[in-house]
Structure formats: C-alpha cells, structure tokens
Design a binder for this molecule. Structure first.
Ligand SMILES: N[C@@H](CCC(=O)N[C@@H](CS)C(=O)NCC(=O)O)C(=O)O
Length: 206
C-alpha cells in the first residue's frame, strides 16, 4: 500500500485529494512540524518536507507535483490527469510545473521569509516581494481561466486542486478574491466538491 507523509494544512492536501478522488487506499502518516527533523523521516524526505510518498513496490519520492503526476498516470480510470498522447497533456504538465516551481515557492517565501534573507531586518521585504510574486503568478492563471471551467481540457484535473490549495494560502484572501475573479470562480466550485469538502474538514484550508 502507498504511505503518504502529510499533515493538515500542508502541501499534503493535493496528494491526499489525489488519493481520495481516485478512491485509492493509502496509509496516512501525520508528520508534525516538530517531527520534520526526525532522522527516519529525513531518509524519506531529505528536506523534512511534506508531502512525501512511499510506494507500494518500494522506494520513496517527494515533490507534490511529481506525486500528483505519478498518481494521475497510475490511476487513469480516475481521470485526474490527461494521459500520455492526449492533447491536454501539455497544458497539464505546464500548469503542474508552473504551480510547483513558481507559485508554491513564492508562497514558501511569504511564510518562511527568514530563510530567504541573511539580513535580520529583511523579513518584511521578503514577505512583500513574495506576495507580489504570488499575485503575479495567480494573475497569469486567472488570465488562462478566462471563459474556462477548468485549467486543463474540459474536466477537473489535479491542476485545479493544486491551484485551490495554493490560492487558499493567499495571505490576503479578500484582496485576492477581488483581483482574481476566474481563479475565485473555479475554486469556489471546487470547494463544494464532496470529496474536497470532506478533505478540508481535516485540513481547514478555508
Ligand atoms: N517542493 C515541495 C515543497 C513542500 C513544502 O515546502 N512543504 C511544506 C509544507 S506546505 C513543508 O513541509 N515545510 C517544512 C519545511 O520546509 O521545513 C513540494 O512541492 O512538495
């Protein structure tokens, strides 16, 4: 069985959503922040981050986007990602990479600002610049969602769930709602999805 290392309110949300939406059983291992430096956990996740995944056949992996892409491939019947050779595959990979390499790091700079400056006075400047980058990235996604129900193709994919997770972490939700009408519209619909709603009861993302 898969083992997912996660914790409420974390990037484990999107991986848990993938399992729940695909109806694939997994063991959920809660890693409290205080346990992140545990040597056993560091063997699975060298940066001490969640999510991390132990695969049923052996081996482990980190990185939320990679985990989601793999689960989408392994459980195609769930329709969580366009398959190899499908026209929407490029968009799916593009948005998963955009979110994990551009948006998620901007969110991390906002919430872990002291890691990103050697200047003891620099925290606020890092936070402000991070919020500007979050807004810039989400603005690009908002433009891509104009006139569309979903980010990729004609149906829900893990790219939409990933977006929902990152958008939920916006430090100024009122401002974000007003500035990002298309992101808000898609995420508002997704928040009512029964599987997502149930998952949020444990994560309290919104
Ligand atoms: N690039 C990683 C980032 C994961 C990440 O930063 N997770 C946060 C929780 S949202 C974490 O575990 N942070 C603890 C730390 O960095 O010390 C991914 O996409 O999975």
């Amino acid at each position: 069985m898969y083992k997912l290392y996660t914790r409420p309110g974390s990037g484990g949300f999107v991986a848990e959503a993938a399992f729940a939406l695909a109806n694939v059983p997994y063991e959920r291992i809660n890693v409290a922040k205080s346990e992140a430096a545990d040597p056993q956990f560091l063997k699975v996740s060298p940066l001490g981050q969640v999510p991390a995944l132990a695969l049923p056949e052996g081996g482990t992996m980190t990185e939320s986007a990679a985990i989601c892409i793999l689960l989408g491939e392994r459980h195609p019947e769930a329709g969580l990602a366009p398959g190899l050779g499908e026209e929407a595959r490029g968009d799916f990979l593009r948005w998963m990479a955009f979110m994990s390499s551009t948006l998620y790091p901007a969110v991390l700079r906002r919430y872990y600002a002291p890691r990103y400056t050697a200047d003891p006075e620099g925290k606020v400047a890092v936070e402000d610049a991070a919020v500007a980058e979050i807004d810039r990235g989400l603005g690009i996604v908002d433009g891509a969602l104009e006139g569309r129900d979903w980010l990729v193709g004609d149906s829900l994919s893990l790219a939409d769930v990933y977006l929902l997770m990152l958008y939920s972490w916006h430090p100024q939700p009122e401002k974000a709602r007003a500035a990002l009408p298309n992101v808000e519209r898609v995420c508002a619909g997704l928040r009512k999805h029964p599987v997502i709603e149930e998952l949020n009861a444990a994560h309290e993302m919104w």
